[in-house]
Design a protein. Sequence first.
Lengths: 497, 631
Amino acid sequence: MNILISHIAVPTLTTLALMFASTQKQVRTIAAGGMTIQLIQSLVLLYLFLQERAGGNDAAVLFTQSFAWYPSLGISFDIGVDGIAVAMILLTSIVIFTGIFASWEVDKLYKEFFISLIVLATGVYGFFVSLDLFVLFLFFELAVIPMYLLIGIWGSGPKEYAAMKLTLMLMGGSALLVVGILGVYFTSDIEGVRTFNILVLGQHHIPVEMQRIFFPMLFIGFGVIGALFPFHTWSPDGHSSAPTAVSMLHAGVLMKLGGYGCLKVAIFLLPEAAHEMSWIFLVLTGISVIYGALATVVQTDLKYINAYSSVSHCGLVLFAILMLNKTAYTGAVLQMISHGLMTALFFALIGMLYSRTKTRIITEMGGLMKVLPFLSVCYVIGGLASLGLPGLSGFVAEMTIFVGAFEHEDLFHRVATIIAVSSIVVTAVYILRVVGLLLMGPVRNETYHNFPKAKWFEKIATVSLIIGILVIGLTPLWLSDMIRESLGMIVDKLVLK
Amino acid sequence: MEFHYTIWIVTLPFLAFLINGLGSGKLPGKISGWVATIAIGISTFLSYQTAFQYFSSPSRDKIIAFKTTWLRFNDTLQIDMGVLLDPISVMMLVVITTVSLMVFIYSQGYMKNESGYDRYYAFLSLFSFSMLGLVVATNLFQMYMFWELVGVSSYLLIGFYYDKPSAVAASKKAFIVTRFADLGFLIGILMVSFYTGTFDFEILTNPEGLTFSAAASFMGLSTITWALLLIFMGGAGKSAMFPLHIWLPDAMEGPTPVSALIHAATMVVAGVFLVARLFPLYSVFAPSALEVVAFIGAFTTLFAAIIACTQFDIKRVLAFSTMSQIGYMMLALGVSGYGGEEGLGYTASLFHLFTHAFFKALLFLGAGAIIHAVHSNDIREMGGLRKHQPITHILFLIACLAIAGIPPFAGFFSKDEIIAATFVNHPIYFGIAVLVAGLTAFYMFRLYFIVFWGKEKTYENTPHEASTIMLLPMIVLAVGSMFAGFIPFGHYVSSDGQSLALHINWPVAITSVVIALVGITMAWKFYKTESDSSEKVARAFGNSYKSASNKFYIDEIYILITKGIIFQMISKPLAWFDRNVIDAFMNLLAATTNWVSSQIKEFQSGQVQKYAFIFISGVLIIVLSFIYANQ
């Protein structure tokens, strides 16, 4: 069987199996088993992909397969992956794998919880393997809808409000996407054949005046889920109300659908408009980067801190994409992966700390390093990755973005880069503030000494994510080369105009 | 010549870090200390081997001992990891490994009873690894990476006593201030790479082979000048140059051996090393940037020396002294030219870096031995210690004589060259350099007389001499402080690779020694016996004394900027704006939708009569309007 189809099949089968599970133990075993298989096959996919590339196969996408769905409308189930998609799939597998372990102790409607979680992940996998815009959009919606239930039912705080807000804002983005996708579909008509296939569409030229209409729609549509300023406000509320694994998956993977879509749909299909309009969005994303970072500095709720810092870090992804060159694109994808891993780590740790301290307000905690050394060290590692310490993934991603962005021939773009670079100082400020208040200092409360030490499933979750951060941080060459090689198609189209 | 083994100089401490870090809490007894010490010991041996091999050949070319691609940005720009050997990097290898080894050994005594012993050695090894990686970097980006790692190890070690709020605050401050400086460094790197298309030192430091595409200018200075100024900003942050020095005095919260290694001998001179590394660029393409280096160096050296005279915390005196001495080195680099006799400042600067490492590390380790015995940092609580700690006393005296520039100790030779370099055509800098030489002698002997002479204080426990394992490294460093000056340094390190004969400039030497002796005499007069003459002087200077002892209120400005401006005036309003304007707008959209739908939902009431009424009225209106329109 095609390895991409099995990437959709395994979570689907896991979901089906979960329906027949009854005890909590069975549910956990099935979910963990299914996602372990998924992680292994994603590693196999990576291996096979690299083998193919090393063997000289330089097709744009590999492992393709096509099933006609509505031939008359040009809709077909086309799948295939390039290096970017492989990297994103691997990220998804790591995050969902660790997410299962991070939600090991969910006991309210546990069966339904794991089913929704895995359905959500299925949507993400489908999104990354799709080559057909219609199918891609279908999977996109499949990933967004379970979020509503997951936050609304298993969330905390004002969960109904947060769930509604998040879903409605993302739906607003989806509405723009529908129009944008249909616009691309109808304007790229050549010789009477209509198609949703991205690769075929990419070979056609869309009239520039049409591009000008549809580029903003697609970019904002994807940008909403990528936390583009000023459409980012679902993020703090949504993340703070969501249960641990949902925050992990949402910030770790779903927000990346935005960047991925902007790059592989909006920019790829509408390059001229991208050239013309990049400066507008560059201003918005530049604001995201700095504004998100500055707003983080004063937050006191751990989840708000992470949500706002995600606005800043994901802003950097879109910022890099708008620089329209290969190095910056590579950096954008690296940043998506790096941010995915470290934000998942943060949310996992926040959940673990919350289960002990019963609060997420940093000023009410202190001295956790002494009582919870393992989790605290993990938090520090995550923090150091987030502030871009060399040897961890954040550095690789940010530096690639900055170097790429600074290559731009326009002075405007280079000045914007310098402004974005200054976010590294603000990042250091808020990370060290959290580390100082939360982990260091004297132990705040005597009862802290009774906290249970890190449990085995917590260790699996955090260590897996840290391994990911370290592997990218220490040996980035293979990954960045794999991503670079896949960008040829997008960059060539930019040059041709 | 084969230099492949040099890679192990860098990697061995990293392995020690891994072993101690992963095995934290599981390693039995004192094994972590030994693992780290043996690793750095082998590195030291290899460094000496490298130095011997490198300097015994007449060529001073750059040798790439090892190089591998780490990350590729595009077809021309990439980050390599490698080992670059040239006179300054080999010299730095020797300095770093020697001081590291001494501190590692010393710490086995000093940290004996501390909890977190393995964590301490893990961080210390991480630091040595990063610092060694920094000096052997083959390109700017590798240097930047290790630069950041050095910063984080310094952060971790300053905050070693993490349950002490002052240590946490100090570590945070150190990291953020240097991070801010590194921002300049990073932007500078981006600019240099944009205009030259390379990060590589081999190309960048070869003034003949380098051209700048698009030599644009901004505000009257060429872009390359701006780029180099920004890079210097990074160096100024690490090297605690005014006004980015504020973190260094607070950094003394860390364990004292850490201060000796990081905040005296090695990390804080990274800025000097950075400027020296890029010296051909500065000298040939941006002489005006070099003037800034000289100015900042001169200002800092004087500024810090004045503050050092007023402090009562033994480690802070030494910290300000370090700042002052690094200012000296920067000043020497700034007034230096490229090549031949013109390059005297360059050689003098690195010579001083070399000798300073020995005596300043010794001073700190001596201070550690004193603090260990007295359980206080405050020199007002010390006095008459020469009876209790005779060996420490002698060693400390040697270091004081060395830093004061009394012949034949090491500091005399290097300081003399610096003053001679300013003597040629910078009369003001010469004046400052001589004045600071006097101040240095004064504040060091102020410290010495108060601590070792003065009146016997009542101690809780009678102070004891340091243990052998602490004294041994100090003795080694004292030997270095006594004899390092006799090395024909110019023969090995010079701006253009040609041997430069250093000779003592007698008029300059005599002036500086006389000034130093005056400083010592004054210190002796004021502080040898407890008298109120020092109080009188302090009172005579009045406000200026007060502002100096308050470090000229620079810290308050830092607090104002971080707390007052960034936190209160930018971040808080922004966070409010986000919640109450942007988010409120989204909520308003939702509320509007709700309101509109509640208004129009009446249309779908389900009453047939109402539908019929609306339908017929609509038809009537349309028909009437058509009739009206056709008339």
